[in-house]
Design a protein around this ligand. Structure first.
Ligand code: PBG
Length: 325
């Protein structure tokens, strides 16, 4: 008789036949960097997550190195916002300064960590949209050169990779061209290809103070109802020269991760977004869920679905739990 339980009889047997092996080097920890000094400010809707000023980044860099995670993704919170999001592409903006500070810490500690800079305008625009507005509409083609300028500023500051997340059409090609022309032919692009207009971004918008002042993002982010269209987004970014593709959010979109995995040979990332993190934290704090087992199950699910890497606010905790095992 077929007995599938035979290979489940001991922990060692289960390890031997495990189809999914997740490790910390495949995790990316998002970091919010705020303008100002001596800031380590908790994000209320994301327990355990902080906004750091550039001068306080060493603490989180050291934590990431100690945890052995693979990379960090930086989001900037500028002191001033304006209509065109100029803080996103200022050469001395908060993200370029953060990149230089992290580089210097890595040099001092003789360690490596992949520094990925998010490229978007929403944290920097007074209206909170991901591109520039004209008659209340986000103007795709006027926004593209601003993304290219931002990506260049981050590459010049020493970013290992840039990750456009605004869902503007053609943004990957535009950034690729700008990077290549400036000599950054070796800087990869992680494309937030299939990014859905999701309620799960709520806590991030608190953290980054980036909620749109009017309307929503449904005119540029994807409709949650569409799976086939997500595959078109992924294919478009691949054709434009993306080096890594991303699906975002993760938990409610594992079908997209699986379908993407079956269609692309590129590395695939999944973003375990702020609301997914907040749900687990809230339930754990109420004593309703075992946080460790829940996070472990979620991470495993991403890898099982076909992700090669996970961007997650749980990265530091999860890596520490793994080490302690
Ligand atoms: C936009 C951006 C957002 C997130 C990542 N990049 C917010 C948005 O689109 O409103 C959300 C990530 C998260 O919720 O953790 N720059």
């Amino acid at each position: 008789m077929q007995r599938l339980r035979r290979l489940r009889r001991s922990a060692t047997l289960r390890d031997l036949v495990a189809e999914t092996r997740a490790d910390a080097s495949a995790l990316i920890y998002p970091v919010f960097v705020a303008d100002g000094t001596d800031i380590k400010q908790p994000v209320p809707s994301m327990p355990g997550v902080y906004r750091y000023s550039v001068d306080r980044l060493n603490e989180v860099v050291d934590a990431m190195l100690d945890a052995g995670i693979g990379g960090t993704m930086l989001f900037g919170i500028p002191a001033h916002k304006d209509k065109t999001g100029s803080g996103a592409y200022a050469e001395d903006g908060v993200v370029p300064r953060a990149i230089r500070a992290i580089r210097s810490r890595l040099r001092d500690r003789k360690r490596e960590l992949v520094i990925i800079a998010d490229v978007c305008l929403c944290e920097y625009t007074s209206h909170g949209h991901c591109g520039v507005l004209s008659d209340g509409e986000v103007e795709n083609d006027l926004s593209l050169p601003l993304h290219a300028r931002a990506a260049l500023a981050y590459a010049r500051a020493g970013a290992d990779m840039v990750a456009p997340s605004s869902m503007m059409d053609g943004v990957v090609a535009c950034i690729r061209k700008a990077l290549d022309e400036a000599g950054f032919t070796g800087t990869p692009i992680m494309a937030c290809s299939a990014k859905f207009a999701s309620a799960f971004y709520g806590p991030f918008r608190d953290a980054a103070d980036s909620a749109p002042q009017s309307g929503d993002r449904k005119g540029y982010q994807m409709d949650v109802r569409n799976g086939r269209e997500a595959l078109r987004e992924l294919a478009a970014d691949e054709a434009e020269g993306a080096d890594i593709l991303m699906v975002k959010p993760g938990l409610a979109f594992l079908d997209i991760v699986r379908r993407a995995r079956e269609r692309t040979g590129l590395p695939l990332a999944v973003y375990n977004v702020s609301g997914e993190y907040a749900m687990v934290k809230a339930a754990a704090q109420a004593g309703w869920l075992d946080e460790r087992r829940t996070v472990d199950e979620i991470m495993t699910a991403f890898f099982r679905a076909g992700a090669d890497m996970v961007i997650t606010y749980h990265a530091l905790d999860w890596a520490a739990w793994r080490k302690a095992q």
